[in-house]
Design a protein around this ligand. Structure first.
Ligand code: CP3
Length: 367
């Protein structure tokens, strides 16, 4: 496995290779996909992480009749939630309604979502737990309900609106598996990494062997872009990232089919940006803690990589004037460079007034 390529040998080819998947013209030339490829657009595209969720009454209505996981596994309902949120907000892309943790369930770790407590998994038990994980190809095949939801979503979306597929990144998924749920310090994860490095690498290889076919099947079902959520990778030092994570992320991204941009998102990653960019993604997603202009300069110039972000999601709780000013500040930091995709720095809070989210979309669209 190669470790740290300095440029993006695989993904750079994508921009040159063009529409190899034969996507409809309107979608291929959409504002969103053009920005992902670093091409100029006549307006800045925007979508919001967690754009479909509890802050929306429509979602709460559908969710009232079933559990979150049942909703994820029902392709008709998952597609309906996805398409409704996209249409209501008027955003430039839809993200398939699903969750990163279902891949761990498919690998054999029982998963439940408890009200208030967030996700609970049966924690992965050391090297023996890694050996006991299910076969990666079987796990990817068991996630077919996501692919079916994508098919139905793409059929229902306007022709110029791409559907984004996604997965959790190897580090973030390993952390949920080892901790058995959410964590602040990732103490069990870090201990596992340092004390059982061979088992750690086997675990991340197993995750990559699941996620690569899972993502490519999402593309086959119609996803025109993929986002990899490495939500908690920013808790690592540069040295630990290079040793324990970078080879696996690079290997995952290198296996994605040509013609599909890859967005790599994490929070608290200001100190890792060059290392993340070297993993081969086309777009880096930033949280609100970094200055977008400074981050972009450090990534080596506007043509090299696209940037997604990075309005603080708490701004959606502010009065409209403050929200509008903050949105303009992000646009000013992006300075009209080709390759900017407007987004929040992290997901929409459930306390958000949906009308404020819709107003933000209008502001970014210049309305
Ligand atoms: O963005 C979207 O609109 C698509 C749907 C989506 C969800 N989760 C729906 C969801 C996406 C892309 C995710 C990704 C996800 N899931 C991440 C990475 C992004 C991030 O926030 O950093 C993570 C870490 C998870 C794991 C997860 N799922 C947690 C920690 C929780 C509990 C916390 C919470 O907000 O409730 C979930 C549940 C979850 N995922 C909900 C939704 C709409 C709420 C479930 C409910 O209806 O009760």
């Amino acid at each position: 496995m190669s470790t740290a390529p300095s440029a993006r040998p695989h993904r750079l080819g994508i921009r040159a290779s063009g529409n190899v998947l034969g996507q409809p013209e309107a979608r291929w030339n959409s504002h969103f996909l053009r920005a992902c490829r670093g091409e100029p657009t006549t307006r800045t595209p925007i979508w919001l992480m967690r754009q479909a969720g509890r802050y929306m009454q429509h979602y709460r209505g559908i969710r009232a009749g079933s559990s979150f996981l049942d909703l994820c596994k029902n392709p008709d309902q998952a597609a309906e939630v996805t398409v409704y949120a996209r249409d209501w907000l008027g955003v430039d892309a839809a993200i398939i309604f699903s969750d990163i943790l279902i891949a761990l369930e498919a690998l054999g770790l029982p998963l439940e979502f408890t009200a208030g407590d967030g996700p609970r998994l049966a924690p992965l038990d050391g090297p023996a737990g890694v050996a006991a994980l299910r076969d990666p190809l079987q796990a990817a095949a068991d996630l077919g309900y996501v692919h079916e939801a994508i098919r139905r979503t793409v059929a229902a979306l306007p022709p110029d609106i791409p559907c984004i597929g996604f997965c959790g990144a190897p580090f973030t998924l390993a952390a949920y598996a080892i901790e058995g749920g959410s964590s602040r310090q990732f103490a069990r994860t870090r201990a596992f990494m340092y004390r059982e490095p061979a088992a750690w690498h086997r675990l991340l290889e197993r995750l990559v062997a699941t996620l690569a076919p899972y993502l490519n099947q999402q593309v086959a079902a119609g996803a025109a872009c993929l986002q990899i959520f490495d939500s908690w990778v920013g808790t690592l030092t540069r040295a630990d990232f290079s040793e324990f994570v970078q080879p696996h992320l690079t290997h995952l991204i290198s296996q994605i089919v040509d013609g599909v941009p890859v967005i790599l998102f994490g929070t608290g990653t200001g100190h890792l940006l060059d290392l993340l960019a070297a993993c081969g993604a086309d777009v880096i997603g930033l949280d609100a803690a970094v200055d977008l202009d400074v981050a972009w300069r450090s990534l080596g110039g506007p043509q090299r990589i696209s940037i997604q972000g990075n309005l603080d999601p708490a701004m959606l709780l502010a009065p409209t004037e403050r929200l509008t000013a903050a949105a303009h500040a992000v646009l000013t930091a992006a300075a009209g460079r080709p390759g900017h995709i407007f987004n929040l720095g992290h997901g929409v809070f459930k306390e958000t007034d949906p009308e404020q989210a819709r107003r933000l979309v209008e502001v970014v669209h210049g309305g």
